[in-house]
Design a protein around this ligand. Structure first.
Ligand code: CP
Ligand code: NVA
Length: 305
């Protein structure tokens, strides 16, 4: 019996496993449409989403289908969960009918309970705490263009407490890059490890950086804070000033959706749009490989220690 695996946090994966996933993702990307590998043949995977999504839903639905499985999208409002049915009962029932769950929700704890009771793989498709699929895929996107991310300086401008920034901060320790977060002090990263620094200065964070990254100022679920955040983050826009102090071959990424002239200037987005759309596309290839890893299909090629 293969061990049951989940992907609830970026910490659920070692660097070695991530590299195996990247290798397969690269093959999937090159061979798309030919040499299909039906790793999820005869399987049904449920997507349970409590928040809106364009990229994550689309990329996972396509990923499951291209791997020969069926994807079943369920809006959580349609489930008895919305009327107070317990997570334990819900997860038990899902575990008896589908082969895996891809879930977008608010609380990380809820996701963990699904993993505890479902007895099937559970994937974090974004919680308030983490967005590990995004960051795993972003590291692949960086390395696809620039090679190893190890020892590189990555600058994150914006909300250092948000899910994407937290997954970046945890990933820094796994992949050994330096993450410099530029944010107002209230939004400094809560993740404490030797690879993460916080500063209020965009210039300091972006100086010599190899990748400039940003995300929305107001994450889903924080809408009531939007006005305050527009004020708090007004000086924290990624724009040509940040690019000027960064490394000459700096990449600019945005997880999307992007709000022009808020967290990123219209001009910079336009200039870097091709890379940003490729970054979005790579979600598909990386998540296909992640699913293959979760069902134990990449193990045989694991190099020995
Ligand atoms: N980047 C990302 O996860 O986008 P969606 O919210 O559209 O899924
Ligand atoms: N931090 C953002 C990410 C969107 C993909 C949010 O949670 O809304």
């Amino acid at each position: 019996m293969k061990p049951l695996r989940h992907f609830l946090s970026i910490k659920d994966i070692s660097e070695k496993e991530a590299r195996l996933i990247f290798k397969k993702a690269s093959e999937f990307k090159t061979n798309r449409g030919k040499n299909a590998l039906f790793f999820l043949s005869s399987q049904t995977w449920a997507l349970i989403f409590r928040k809106p999504s364009t990229r994550t839903r689309l990329s996972f639905e396509v990923a499951v289908r291209e791997l020969g499985g069926e994807a079943l999208f369920l809006n959580s409002q349609d489930l008895q969960l919305s009327r107070g049915e317990s997570i334990e009962d819900t997860a038990q029932v899902f575990g008896r009918m589908v082969h895996g769950i891809i879930m977008r929700t608010f609380s990380q704890k809820e996701l963990e309970l699904f993993a505890l009771y479902g007895n099937i793989p559970v994937v974090n498709a974004l919680t308030d705490e983490e967005h590990p699929c995004q960051v795993l895929s972003d590291i692949f996107s960086y390395e696809e263009k620039r090679g190893s991310i190890e020892r590189k300086k990555i600058a994150f401008v914006g909300d250092g407490c948000c899910n994407v920034a937290r997954s970046w901060a945890l990933a820094a320790e796994i992949f050994r890059f330096n993450l410099s977060i530029a944010a107002p002090p209230l939004y400094f990263s809560p993740i404490d490890n030797p690879f993460v620094t916080n500063t209020t200065s965009i210039e300091e964070a972006c100086q010599d950086a190899s990748l400039l990254y940003t995300d929305v100022w107001t994450s889903m679920g924080k809408e009531e804070e939007m006005q305050k955040r527009q004020v708090d983050f007004s000086g924290y826009q990624l724009n040509e000033h940040a690019v000027k102090v960064a490394s000459k071959d700096v990449l600019v990424f945005h997880c999307l959706p992007a709000y022009r002239n808020k967290e990123i200037s219209t001009e910079l987005f336009k200039e870097r749009a091709e890379d940003i759309y490729t970054q979005a596309e790579n979600r598909l290839h990386v998540q296909k490989a992640l699913l293959a890893w979760l069902v134990g299909k990449l193990d045989d090629s694991l190099p020995s220690e």
